[in-house]
Write a new protein. Structure first.
Length: 283
């Protein structure tokens, strides 16, 4: 498939005029590799590194980590790496969480004609393939409505679960992500009404306030760690008796990247998800 045709299809399907994003603050050293269209202020989305004219295969990944780039650079050429994030996430390596891609590995991708396309807020925005929707599907939660406006989109969903207690829901959560999860019990042990799902960095005041407006007291998210940056939201949740379940940034957003393989296959191009490791310091 011609690369420009695939980029155009992705742009049309996911990038809406009201959506904004800002990644350039994390990658000043990578300017020579980044497309001009990706550098437009508040529009850091779409084709990021245009290294090929032909795409024979697509790889999807949550982060462009060293592990992911190494695997792809060793095994592919004339391909596309579709990533949810334009930078790597690791709270142990960066106080901001995000840090730059490895330049040497990025050069390898360029030499092997492997382009990079990034959809962050457009993939968080509610759709068939969005991060919170696909996590809800994995948890067998019946979606009632999207919620939590962020950067022009709706990044969370509210739904019904068959689980009767938060502990039961946590067990199901741990099973589907494949590792332990964290439960901050600030409210009732029973699930009273609906639950909210906001994958990735969803433990935020604006998300919790919108939950309360919808009468919801249980939040399923990715990054839940209690530290100097999140102390205020944890205090707010405890005050308002809101239970929080955390399953890491990576593990709660990987379901969207898995689902995107189906999207590409519907377009007639083969695709595969590149596994990575969750960072349990997130929770």
């Amino acid at each position: 498939m011609k690369a420009k045709n695939l980029y155009k299809q992705l742009d049309n399907d996911f990038i809406k005029p009201n959506l904004t994003d800002n990644w350039l603050r994390y990658m000043p050293e990578l300017a020579a590799y980044i497309c001009d269209s990706f550098k437009i202020p508040n529009r850091n989305m779409g084709i990021m590194c245009d290294f090929t004219e032909t795409i024979n295969h697509v790889y999807t990944a949550v982060f462009p980590s060293e592990s992911v780039l190494q695997k792809i650079s060793e095994n592919a050429e004339k391909a596309l790496l579709f990533v949810h994030h334009a930078a790597i996430w690791n709270l142990e390596k960066s106080p901001k969480g995000f840090y730059n891609m490895n330049i040497a590995l990025l050069e390898k991708l360029k030499n092997r004609q492997i382009a990079i396309y990034c959809l962050h807020n457009p993939l968080d925005n509610f759709s068939e393939y969005s991060t919170s929707k696909t996590l809800a599907d994995a948890l067998n939660i019946e979606i009632i409505k999207p919620f939590a406006e962020h950067n022009g989109g709706l990044c969370g969903v509210i739904g019904k679960t068959n689980c009767r207690t938060v502990k039961e829901l946590q067990g199901k959560f741990s099973e589907i992500v494949g590792h332990k999860t964290k439960f901050y019990q600030y409210g009732d042990s029973e699930i009273l009404g609906n639950v909210a799902i906001c994958a990735g960095g969803g433990n935020d005041i604006f998300v919790v306030e919108d939950m309360l407006k919808n009468g919801v007291k249980t939040l399923i998210t990715g990054i839940s760690v209690k530290n100097e940056f999140s102390a205020a939201v944890h205090e707010f949740e405890e005050k308002n008796q809101i239970n929080v379940l955390g399953g890491t940034h990576y593990s709660t957003e990987k379901f969207a990247c898995l689902a995107m393989c189906g999207y590409f296959e519907k377009l007639g191009i083969s695709a595969e998800f590149v596994e990575d490791l969750p960072n349990l310091t997130d929770i």
